[in-house]
Design a protein around this ligand. Structure first.
Ligand code: ADP
Length: 609
């Protein structure tokens, strides 16, 4: 992503960021109003703070004027001391409310943004997730949001307060002594110049560093999620080398940001020292010439120091603000994306789907690739079991992806029960389709919850009935706490076959009329495969079922076999018809059967038709 080149572009980006966070900010408006009130009170009291010192100095050197000249020295001392305590006490109280108020605002607003972002990322289509790196997304949803929240609380909001202090102090300085104030202001253009010049470079370096952090997390997530493969292929050194070099570059960019920020801070210190020296020099001459009182010079120098504090803080916070801005941009980059798969404005809840499934002249290709399907048409009657077979990459899984509306075809219609699937909301369509994939993910919850996942109002009886159908009841009953046993991450580990049977129970509990099975037995050994196949056949009873498989023995019992080759249905019919035709399917089937008999003599597993 290009970095903004000008101050205007930076403001445009900042504005776009604010616009996205505005709904969350608006929700906290009363809290923000309270915190701002506390902040203004604190700034106002800060302006009063040097006055007791001025009155005491006047008293000590006999220059008291006005009302105070009428009181005795003891009374003046008492009033000023009590006044100082009152001012500082009130200021401390309003500072406390300001800090707590802004911390609440920052946490609530960024918490809301994080929830929105997470919800949004989940709704983005698989086309987006195909390209996105999950580690980078994770950094955006957690790290970038955290950085923005911390910086908003510890730098952005104090800087807003500081800007007010600066304006207040400048006004008071001009009211106190305009000539000294003019002298103090001579550093302002120099400060502005160095801030703009260095600020831009800091912003660039910080942006690069945030991007790099995302890339590091993505590399780590990829390597760790397939750590077994990495270890099996002895790729540890390769991944470690890549990770370390990215990490090193991030460190270099981090140091660059810090170096630039330090330069800005020190330049500001020197400029402030110059301005203070000039004011002291000229102010002391004015006191010596009796043009102003000594206490007025003291008062002016106090305001000068306070007034310059925001400039120092500004320099100090620039690096962190730049990092937060870069993090904010990465968040907005995600928020502006819209899913390719959207409910049409007239979409309705899908009714209970029972019926035939058909593809009519469907043309589809993945984003940057040539079309896989050109005018693909087929029709499956309700309740039929279809085996989708063919070479790897022929488009078998893509048929399932289109039925689930993970992607929409570029042309043609996909219909269930005679209606285009786009007339229904995506969620209601997917709810009615049962899915069993090659690898089943179990969530860190108990077995019952894992089975009931995504289905509404399911009783324990229904869960157990589904588990029985899936051939899973027996092994579940033998688990330490039966259906209450926690599985998945940090829970009891189940074998591949057991996981598949939980997935089958999951599909059964939904009682959907359409089933999509994508290589559900391909990762299983012979024994498990047999048990899962039996469960699958039971599950498929009376349901329109698409079984994607490379194992042609699974196709024998299907009502229809669709043999795909390079996105086209080359052969279609029952297993026997295709064998009789003696085409590619028959050839492949015989070679597979041959290889099974070669490898496991006497263990030939042929599902009867
Ligand atoms: P099969 O299930 O028959 O092995 P697929 O339907 O998975 O084949 O894939 C068909 C073609 O589409 C292949 O060339 C594959 O590389 C490509 N493909 C599959 N999924 C994606 C994707 N998410 N993005 C881009 N191309 C894809």
């Amino acid at each position: 992503m290009a970095r903004p080149k000008s101050v205007r572009a930076t403001f445009a980006r900042f504005w776009s960021m604010l616009r996205h966070f505005m709904p969350a900010i608006r929700r906290e408006r009363s809290l923000i109003a309270g915190a701002v009130f506390a902040m203004l009170t604190s700034v106002g009291l800060g302006l009063l703070e040097p006055w007791p010192f001025k009155f005491i100095t006047d008293l000590l050197i006999g220059q008291s004027t006005g009302l105070l000249a009428k009181f005795s020295p003891n009374t003046v001392l008492a009033i000023t001391s009590l006044g100082l305590i009152a001012i500082v006490g009130l200021r401390a109280t309003s500072d406390y409310f300001k800090t707590v108020g802004f911390a609440l605002v920052g946490n609530r607003v960024m918490g809301q943004v994080r929830d929105d972002l997470y919800r949004h990322v989940q709704t983005l289509s698989p086309a987006f997730h195909d390209k996105a790196r999950s580690g980078d997304l994770l950094v955006r949803v957690t790290g970038d949001i955290k950085l923005m929240r911390d910086v908003a609380i510890t730098a952005l909001l104090p800087m807003m307060a500081n800007s007010l202090v600066l304006v207040g102090m400048v006004i008071v300085m001009f009211l106190t002594n305009w000539r000294l104030a003019m002298l103090a202001m001579i550093i302002m253009p120099l400060f502005g110049l160095s801030t703009i010049r260095l600020g831009r470079r800091i912003h660039e370096a910080a942006g690069k560093q945030r991007q790099r952090e995302g890339a590091i997390a993505a590399s780590a997530a990829e390597a760790l999620s397939s750590v077994k493969v990495v270890q099996a292929l002895s790729l540890e050194n390769h991944f470690e080398g890549h990770f370390c070099s990215q990490s090193k570059r991030s460190a270099t960019e981090g140091v660059k940001t810090r170096r630039l920020a330090a330069r800005l801070e020190r330049t500001t210190d020197v400029l402030i020292a110059c301005a203070t020296a000039i004011v002291m020099w000229y102010g002391s001459r004015l006191v010596l010439n009796s043009e102003i009182k000594f206490s007025d010079l003291g008062l002016f120098l106090f305001y000068l120091k306070r007034g310059f504090q925001p400039l120092q803080d500004f320099a100090k916070y620039t690096g962190r603000l730049a990092k937060a801005a870069a993090a904010g941009e990465r968040i907005v980059e995600l928020l502006v994306l819209t899913s390719d798969i959207q409910d049409s404005p007239a979409a309705v809840e899908a009714p209970r789907l029972v019926g035939n499934v058909s593809f009519s002249q469907v043309t589809f290709g993945y984003a940057d690739k040539p079309a896989i399907f050109q005018d693909l048409s087929f029709s499956i009657a309700a309740g039929q079991r279809v085996a989708v077979v063919g070479d790897s990459g022929a488009g078998k899984s893509t048929v399932l992806n289109l039925l689930l509306r993970f992607y929409d075809p570029q042309a043609g219609r996909i219909e269930i029960g005679g209606s285009d699937i786009r007339v229904w909301t995506v969620a209601s369509l997917r709810k009615q389709i049962g899915v069993v994939l090659q690898d089943t993910i179990l969530f860190a919850a108990n077995v019952s919850e894992n089975i009931a996942l995504g289905a509404e109002d399911v009783s324990q009886e229904e869960i157990e009935k589904a588990a029985r159908l899936a051939n899973a009841h027996e092994f579940i009953s033998e688990l330490p706490q039966g259906y209450e046993t926690i599985v998945g991450e940090r829970g009891v580990n189940l074998s591949q076959g057991q996981r598949q049977r939980i997935a089958i129970a999951r599909a059964a509990v939904r009682d959907s009329r359409i089933l999509l099975l994508d290589e559900p037995t391909s990762a299983l050994d012979e024994q498990n495969e047999r048990e899962v196949s039996v469960a699958l056949r039971r599950l498929a009873q009376g349901r329109t079922t698409f079984l994607v498989t490379h194992d042609l023995r699974q196709a024998e019992s299907a009502d229809q076999v669709m043999f795909f080759e390079k996105g086209k249905i080359k052969e279609c019919g029952t297993h026997e018809e295709l064998l009789e035709r003696n085409g590619r399917y028959a050839q492949l089937y015989r070679s597979q059967i041959g290889s099974f008999t070669d490898h496991v003599p006497g263990e030939l597993h042929v599902v009867s038709t």
